[in-house]
Design a protein around this ligand. Structure first.
Ligand SMILES: Cc1ncc(COP(=O)(O)O)c(C=O)c1O
Length: 447
């Protein structure tokens, strides 16, 4: 390994590339033409061969305040030199309490308690376990099934994989937990080129009522939804949909979990999307933006009555047999406290809100470009569907990813044949124009 302050090598030999198995990546294609990044700053990445790339994806939906922000870097540096680690089982350090209190204040309603973990996947599996245990404690141990929605992504642990509504993410691993999926709320015929929440589709929430009328609710523990389905390609929930799900779940004693791993921390213009929709779910899962991506940290926000159900019984006994060695890791906590300062001091959630129409105007300007068949935008996120190549789904998207990275100095995300843009909340209007200009440019020549 070269020293950390020396540039990383611009090229890696085949033998050096062999051992690392990249997640959710086409490894063989990647290793033929690696997309290597050396360092980052603000809205940019720098490659080992000296190119400056615009990061149009906030890392992977996480670096919401931009990269390598000095207050966050400094907080991690200082924390690493003071307390690198303290067990979260049976001991704790004060900043974790401060962070939990701040998150509870940011969350709506009485989502007052926070269980920490390290990632969105762990947050989802934690929420599922809390739901199961809660019902058991409440004497409703038949409530063991979960419901989610087609096209959803809830992380890659076994619980979240079971609840995921993207078939390619499940097929190789089945049988998983037996779950029920609500219909996707996306219809290209009825919602094409939607800005914000589509007007059509709110009534699809009544699928849940129909399902419960047929099957009963007494075996359902929880419904988990992403307020905006992110990983599958940016699908906003239709107007009224989430509010209706809240009414139905409340009426049937089903816990409602908002998976806000992507929508949390400003992506939709609020600390949590729950605020945008005026809905108080029973739990919120979060990760990613909580640290602006600078260190791993995730967690679950839990409403008062759920937490209270656990705080019974003998006081010397742990109330929840669940947790992780790195729950509330000091470096993640330090990064999160510093990131929350930045979001507050720079008004970044409000900034995202005011940039939403500017971003929407820019991305919808791509309508009519070659092979573009739909564009969806909400907050600072957009999905641009390209027509697939006959017999080779995903190939056009893969070509777009390379064209962006190698020809346009732009990092986007590609899901199948959908291009995804989700710039950091610090993005300027000029950079929004530059990002969309680069996409427009490569679309002209894309095969
Ligand atoms: C909605 C949602 N839930 C969970 C996850 C999993 O998060 P992680 O990759 O941190 O485990 C993701 C990741 O993109 C996500 O978008």
């Amino acid at each position: 390994m070269p020293p950390l302050d020396a540039p990383f090598p611009a090229r890696l030999a085949e033998s050096e590339l062999a051992a690392y198995w990249l997640p959710f990546s086409a490894n063989r294609a990647f290793k033929r033409r690696p997309r290597l990044i050396d360092r980052a700053e603000g809205m940019h990445y720098y490659t080992p061969d000296g190119r400056e790339l615009i990061d149009a994806m906030s890392g992977l939906w996480c670096c919401n305040a931009g990269h390598c922000r000095e207050p966050v870097v400094e907080a991690i540096r200082r924390q690493a030199g003071r307390l690198d680690y303290a067990p979260a089982f049976q001991t704790a350090h004060a900043p974790a309490f401060a962070l939990a209190s701040r998150l509870a204040k940011l969350a709506p309603g009485d989502l007052n308690h926070v269980f920490f973990c390290n990632s969105g996947s762990e947050a989802v599996d934690t929420a599922l376990k809390i739901a199961l245990a809660y019902h058991k404690l409440a004497g409703q141990s038949t409530r063991t099934r979960f419901i989610s929605r087609e096209r959803s992504y809830h992380g890659s642990c076994l619980g979240g994989t079971s609840l995921g509504g993207i078939p390619q993410n499940r097929n190789l691993f089945e049988p998983l937990l037996d779950v029920d999926l609500l219909r996707s709320t996306y219809s290209r015929e009825r919602q094409a080129y939607a800005r914000g929440e589509p007007a059509w589709g709110g009534d699809l929430a009544d699928d849940l009522s129909t399902f419960l009328a047929l099957d009963g609710a007494s075996h359902i523990a929880a419904l988990i939804v992403e307020p905006m389905t992110g990983s599958a390609g940016v699908f906003a929930s239709p107007q009224g949909y989430l509010q209706r799900l809240r009414e139905i779940t409340r009426a049937h004693g089903i816990l409602l979990i908002f998976d806000e791993v992507i929508t949390g921390f400003g992506r939709l213009g609020h600390a949590f999307a729950a605020e945008r929709y005026g809905v108080v779910p029973d739990m919120i899962t979060f990760a990613k933006g909580v640290t602006s991506g600078a260190a791993p940290l995730g967690g679950v926000l839990v409403r008062e009555h759920i937490h209270e159900a656990f705080m019974q019984g003998p006081e010397h006994v742990p109330e929840l047999a669940h947790g992780f060695t790195y729950s509330g890791h000091p470096l993640g906590v330090a990064a999160a406290n510093a990131a929350l300062d930045l979001y507050r001091d720079e008004g970044l959630f409000e900034r995202a809100r005011s940039l939403e129409p500017v971003f929407a105007d820019a991305v919808h300007g791509l309508k009519g470009f070659p092979r573009v068949v739909d564009i969806r935008s909400i907050g600072l996120a957009a999905g641009i569907d390209l027509a697939p190549i006959d017999g080779a789904p995903g190939l056009r998207g893969a070509r777009a990813l390379d064209a962006a990275f190698f020809d346009e100095d732009l990092v986007i995300r590609v899901v199948g044949d959908t291009l995804v843009l989700a710039p950091a909340l610090v993005v300027s209007e000029a950079l929004i124009a530059a990002i969309v200009g680069k996409v427009a440019h490569f679309l002209q020549g894309l095969r």
